[in-house]
Design a protein around this ligand. Structure first.
Ligand code: MN
Length: 191
């Protein structure tokens, strides 16, 4: 299977000022494209040649895992945003967040704290377990909750390439701004 760069459901400048056009162009057009190119090269002639992305993430390691994980992570990341996003989740997802964290406000605080406390490069996720309970996971580098048998719902990228052009070292400021562009309707469909 040949993997392709995920299409953005918005224009490259649509998420400004939360994420600049320049950051989207580098992050999506350069960083993610490189992961796609790498994976397509790496899987040639291996047992993963015709596997889907989720299978590769669950079953691979090393360079294949790193590139496949980053493609899955970024596909979820870039499609969870909307220029008209923000607000709060509703329905079953909102109920599950309240059950796990007491309130949406408290969940946001814990999510930001997890992202701030992740040393180095990685991701903070809201994930769902088999019973429908939601939890926050911190993953280093290309990690995804899928590899732990969980379903990823929402992911914030804390690699510096996600925010350095716009926020420099101010990771927490970036994380706080991201809530304004979350398309909760998309996240709810993953629950
Ligand atoms: Mn990234």
């Amino acid at each position: 299977m040949k993997f392709e760069l995920v299409k953005l459901p918005y224009s490259t400048d649509a998420l400004e000022p939360v994420i600049s056009k320049q950051t989207i162009e580098f992050h999506h057009g350069k960083h993610l494209q490189t992961y796609v190119n790498n994976l397509n090269n790496l899987i040639q002639g291996t047992k993963f040649e015709n596997a889907d992305l989720e299978t590769i993430v669950k079953e691979s390691d090393g360079a294949i895992f790193n590139n496949a994980g980053q493609i899955l992570n970024h596909n979820l990341y870039f499609t969870q945003f909307s220029p008209t996003g923000g607000g709060k989740p509703s329905g079953k997802l909102a109920t599950a967040i309240d059950a796990a964290y007491g309130s949406f406000d408290n969940f946001q605080k814990e999510f930001e704290t997890a992202g701030a406390g992740l040393f180095g490069s990685g991701w903070v996720w809201l994930a769902k377990d088999k019973e429908g309970k939601v939890l926050i996971t911190k993953e280093a580098n290309a990690g995804n909750p899928l590899a732990k048998g969980l379903t990823p719902l929402l992911g914030f990228d804390v690699w510096e390439h996600a925010y350095y052009l716009d926020y420099q070292n101010r990771r927490v400021d970036h994380l706080k701004e991201l809530w304004k562009i979350i398309d909760w309707k998309v996240v709810e469909t993953r629950y």
